[in-house]
Structure formats: C-alpha cells, structure tokens
Design a protein around this ligand. Structure first.
Ligand code: PLP
Length: 306
C-alpha cells in the first residue's frame, strides 16, 4: 500500500507530501493526544464523492470536544471544504481520507489547555483493509484476550488516537495467532466491537447488534441499520454474549475502512455454512450501490467533490 499523495492539508495550506512533517517534540506523538476520522471517497458517475462527509466532520469535532479541546479555528463546513479540496488537489478518484486534530505547542504537563490544536488531512489510495478476498470469502476472527475500554476509562464515542493502543494490542495478538481480526468484549463480558469495526449477527431472519453505550457509534453501522430496515430486516440493538456469536447463522462486521465483511469463523467455530450468508450479501450489495452513487440513499449520503 502506498500512502504517497501530492499534497497534505495542514492548518489551511496544501503542503507538498514530503514537507508534511511534524517535529519529534509534538506532544500528540508522545501521549496520543489527538483525535481522528477515517473516511472514504468513492468513484461515481458524477466524479469522486465522499461518503457521509458531514457526519464524519461532525464526529471529528465531537471527538475533539470530548477529549477537551475547547477552541477551534474550523467549523464543520470549513472541514468539509478542506476534505473536498484535499481530494481534488490530489486527483484521486477513490481514496481514504484521514483528518487528525493533534496537540501541538505545549501540553507537556498533560493539560490539553497547555497546547494548541492543529488540523491535518491526508488522502491515499487504500483498498481491501481486511485483505483482498475478504469481501467475497469473509474472514476469521478470535475473541481477544484484551477487554475493550471501560466507559469511564477511555471515551468510547470519541476517536481519540490514544484509545487505539487497545486496538493495537488486540489486533497484533489476533494476527500473530493466525486470525484476521479480533472481537473485543466489554468489561461486563458482552460483545463490544472489533478493533476497527462494529459487529452484527443474524439469527432467524432478525439482525442484532450491540447497543452504542460502550462502543464507537459507527457511521457505517448507522448506514447498515438504515439499509437493513429498507430491505425489510429490522435491527435489534441488544447486549450480545460470546456464545450468541458462535451460534449465529451469520456474523458480519462493518467500518469505513473494512466496509461490510462476513466472519466465516470465530475461535475455530464455523459460522453458518462457513461462507457469507444471504442477509450479509444483500446488505453488502446495497452498501456498495450506495457508496458508488447507485442507490436511492446515495444522494443523501454522498458529498460530491466537485
Ligand atoms: C473501534 C471502532 N469501531 C467501529 C468503527 C467503525 O466506525 P465507522 O463505521 O464510523 O468507520 C471504527 C472505525 O472507525 C473503529 O475504530
């Protein structure tokens, strides 16, 4: 995967890729004092379009507020324009968009008010987050030995950079064990989410997903709940146990990077028939239509770059 692009947007300027650097003594680098978003821009008949750009810009600002940043020079509309300008300047047809608000110029005493927020936005071409045949074949997952954050330890609604040390622990363990992704349980032992995806199960024609209390309120999760309802599958938000995953007919995970991926095996137990089930396929297909501008929901969800 190449992350090279022509420009990175930094505090209002489009800076050549090679010059988009920060100093070693940037506090965000030492303490994870930053918040970010993961967004995708897709090719459509009307040119590149950013999926649910406004919701991502709003969540970025909310994450910054949750972390404690109090003043920003940028509004949601400024950030939306910066997303479009960055994609346009780099001439990508499809790309991943990564904004980061990070603490600069102080904050070494662990006080957010001691530093300043900076905003950077990078774009790069990134396909197949969970591997190139994951979309069709599904992937294998394990229940992590690491617990997802307790609500009052880290703020699970915010994409705070430091939160992702927990995801790194779980994902590294999972891959070293030979799996593709880790499922994390919350401190009470209920299924929470994966290291970078939300999770759904299908049982007797009903779809279930954990409530948002302890997890990231995923934008793909929200889109899939709408798509599933449109397709006539009501989605029930309720706490799920580990063995409900093992006995589900279908399990799938979703996120901006991964999109919609079936889990074909969990902890060496085959899920359903061991390949993507028909409910997952219907939702995956509708999601792909939506992100590429070919679905009745596309107009409300796509932000055309030009
Ligand atoms: C921990 C976690 N859960 C869920 C998701 C899915 O969120 P979204 O669909 O907004 O990308 C992500 C990805 O951002 C994540 O990092």
């Amino acid at each position: 995967m190449s992350m090279i692009s022509k420009f990175v947007w930094m505090n209002g300027e489009l800076v050549p890729y090679a010059n988009a650097t920060v100093h070693f003594l940037t506090p965000a680098l030492h303490y994870g004092a930053a918040v970010f978003e993961g967004i995708r821009c897709y090719a459509t008949d009307r040119g590149p379009a950013i999926f649910r750009a406004r919701e991502h810009a709003e969540r970025l600002i909310q994450s910054a507020e949750v972390f404690g940043f109090r003043t920003f020079p940028w509004t949601v509309d400024d950030i939306l324009q910066a997303f479009r300008d960055t994609v346009h300047a780099n001439e990508f047809v499809e790309c991943y968009v990564r904004p980061l608000i990070y603490l600069t110029d102080g904050g070494w005493n662990l006080n957010v008010d001691g530093g300043q927020p900076s905003l950077g936005i990078a774009v790069w071409e990134w396909k197949n987050y969970l591997g190139h045949d994951a979309m069709e074949r599904g992937v294998r997952a394990n229940i992590s030995s690491f617990t997802r954050h307790h609500l009052n330890v880290m703020m699970t609604k915010a994409k705070i950079a430091g939160n992702y040390a927990n995801s790194f622990l779980a994902k590294t363990e999972s891959v070293r064990l030979g799996f593709d992704e880790a499922i994390m349980l919350d401190p009470q032992g209920f299924v929470a989410e994966c290291t970078g995806e939300n999770i759904f199960i299908v049982r007797k024609g009903q779809i279930y997903t954990p409530p948002i209390a302890t997890i990231l309120d995923g934008i793909t999760r929200d889109s899939l709940i709408t798509i599933a309802n449109d397709l006539g599958y009501p989605v029930i938000e309720q706490p799920l146990s580990r063995d409900q995953l093992y006995t589900a007919e279908e399990v799938f995970v979703c996120g901006t990077a991964a999109e919609v991926i079936a889990l074909r095996e969990i902890d060496f137990r085959t899920i359903g028939q061991g390949y993507m089930g028909h409910v997952t396929r219907a939702i995956q297909t509708a999601y792909h239509d939506a992100i590429h501008g070919n679905h009745p929901r596309s107009d409300e969800w796509l932000d055309y770059v030009r």
